[in-house]
Design a protein around this ligand. Sequence first.
Ligand SMILES: [Zn+2]
Length: 497
Amino acid sequence: MPDDKKDILFRPWKKLKSLQERNLRLFVTKHLYPFSPYYRRLFDKNKIKPGDIKSVEDLKRIPFTSKKDLVAVSDEEAARKNLDFILQPNKELIKKYLPKSELLKILCVKILKGDKYLTACLGKEYRPVFLTATSGTTGQPISFLYTKYDLDNLMLYGKRIMEIFKVESGERAVNVFPYAPHLAFWQTAFAGFSSNLFILSTGGGKTLGTDGNIRSILKVKPKFLIGVPDYVYHILKTARDQGHKMPFLNSIALGASRVPKGFKRKIADILTSMGARGVSVLGTYGFTEARAAWAECPTGIDVSSGYHTYPDKEIFEVIDPGTGEVKREGEDGEIVYSAIDCRGSSVFRYRTGDLVRGGITYSPCPHCARTVPRISSDIVRASNVKNLKLSKIKGTLVNLNNLEHLLDDTEEIDQWQIEIVKRNNDPYEVDQLILHISLSKDVNKEKFTAKLNQKAVSISEISFNKVSFVSKSDIRSKIEIESAVKAKKIIDKRPKV
Ligand SMILES: [Zn+2]
């Protein structure tokens, strides 16, 4: 597309990197250090001058921020911590911390346009007007605030995502993310506004019910269906079982959860059986703390382009989760995020807790030719790494993602849920994994269980203590597919000591 060439995401990486470092310097000296109470303290405590941070390399000097810096023990503390991360200019801070050149600019505006105008400008740029929060599935929900400036960014990210997806004007989409103050829902709604695309946001299962969502899809005839993987799968499967055809729908965009290849294939198979051709299933990655989401570009079902990032707006690093050492291109590690062009709640060198296999790639995308850094889509979300005590002696960190991939890839399994319990419900006993599954075809249950456990041991060194076969409606209510924000695929029922 000719327009693409003007897009900054196609500029040579060298140019993009210099833009990134320019934005980094401006952000740290003009916004983060002067106006963020948390980061000004952090810089001062570690004797870092904002002017010292000139390049990505210099980030190493800044200590990491992590979820524990955001989480509070009481409501009062939560309010204080929330404020601590918000950029909050006032006259005193402006005078004290802004670079002289910036003060001169402000003075000129004041003389030419007056005090009132200046206050209005600052209000527009820095006053929070919107928020999204973490879903609280991994603990207490944390709010992130947006100013008008950040909403413009959210619009821009939406536009970029739609361009990366290759959405064309006149195409339609249905958004079945649950209606909530969550990034996924709003990022999608804003993507529609900014790319002039018709999106019906149904609010998901809780608002319209599965039948209501299916009716909406049949009425709108969208090319795109956007939502949480498990719920999208549930809608499509129900529609197929009811005998509907959806030849118009061939692009599925999934967010708010990991998307294993096996899962993509399952969705593509259902759509193909309902008359769709050339199906693509696209994953996205995003997190509340960034107030942004990133997308894969269209490829075959078994190939992932990785998530296309926005180097003018952020810096991603991959670090060794144990030592904090920064990894090189393509190496595994934990994803660390720094915002470099935002207002409102701003995090810097933020440890996401998400682990990525294959790290970041800096070469141009072989599928769409964008030159932006791409994060491998093989990501293990922080909430999926659990400390399990499998013997009486010690706890082991278990990556439940490997088991998830296995279950999603197993053809005979329709839906599943893993329950983590304590033996005899005794908090001092060992942990046990119970697997509930509904089947998509008849199997010899004994043989099937043995084979599944054998595979589980080979990929994760653990097996299920019990496999229980349940009906499709039982598993639906267990994972709360209609009502939960994210399907409850892994639940931790261990009693607290
Ligand atoms: Zn691409």
